[in-house]
Design a protein around this ligand. Sequence first.
Ligand SMILES: Nc1ncnc2c1ncn2[C@@H]1O[C@H](COP(=O)(O)OP(=O)(O)OP(=O)(O)O)[C@@H](O)[C@H]1O
Ligand SMILES: O=P(O)(O)OC[C@H]1O[C@H](OP(=O)(O)OP(=O)(O)O)[C@H](O)[C@@H]1O
Length: 236
Amino acid sequence: MTLKLGVPSKGRLMEKTFDWFGARGLDIRRTENEREYAGRVEGADGVELVLLSAGEIPRELEAGRIHLGVTGSDMVRERLASWQDSVQELTRMGFGHADLVLAVPAFWADVDTLDDLDAAAAAFRAKHGFRLRIATKYHRLVREFLRETGVADYRLVDSQGATEGTVRNGTAEAIADITSTGETLRANHLRILSDGVMHRSQATLFKSRRADWDGGAREVWRGLGNLLGISERGDR
Ligand SMILES: Nc1ncnc2c1ncn2[C@@H]1O[C@H](COP(=O)(O)OP(=O)(O)OP(=O)(O)O)[C@@H](O)[C@H]1O
Ligand SMILES: O=P(O)(O)OC[C@H]1O[C@H](OP(=O)(O)OP(=O)(O)O)[C@H](O)[C@@H]1O
């Protein structure tokens, strides 16, 4: 029995994930053929690489099809209900930083905080007869955040990309999306609410609570955890 390690096979997090493991003595690489989603691991016995997109890793951890997985902390929180029941955060990896934020048109001079947004949303509904629209792909995280902060008079509209363009296009009044440099927000004349940061994300190594840890995987993890310098707290 091997321990299955899920890593991003493409996209922003792939290279730095490989570098992070490499710096700790675990050499991970894809096969020579760039189009083939297969790879190999050197530096620890019994570790099998599973190449996946960052967005699929939460589901695979939850299903227990991989023992360990690397993805953004935002992905796990967004894609898994009660994520702590199915996965454990082992270590933050120090790259892939991005903030999930709520932003409004820069010219909305009276809307700086969530309280202001709440008031503006009520006024918007009274005036237009429908709820202020917030475009996002982070439905779970945005709903939770707005419930906790007491903003109610809004409607989410789904946007799977180019979310900052929805305001200009007239399909939303505000947006909730990931930002790192802030350039996309600025270019689209949007401004983050002063208390509008919902989550500060970074690449994180997660452990599945649902995978089969008997029959060898636990022993492999013991060696690998030592190699990576990870000591667990509150592990089951
Ligand atoms: N500037 C950024 N924009 C978007 N995501 C970023 C940025 N910087 C870091 N990230 C992080 O990268 C991760 C997503 O990576 P990427 O977009 O490469 O994944 P993906 O495999 O294309 O995902 P999906 O399966 O959803 O298409 C998220 O956890 C996100 O927080
Ligand atoms: O703060 P910045 O550095 O400008 O980066 C933020 C942008 O990057 C991401 O988009 P991505 O490139 O993944 O395209 P998408 O619109 O298809 O999600 C994200 O959704 C923002 O639009």
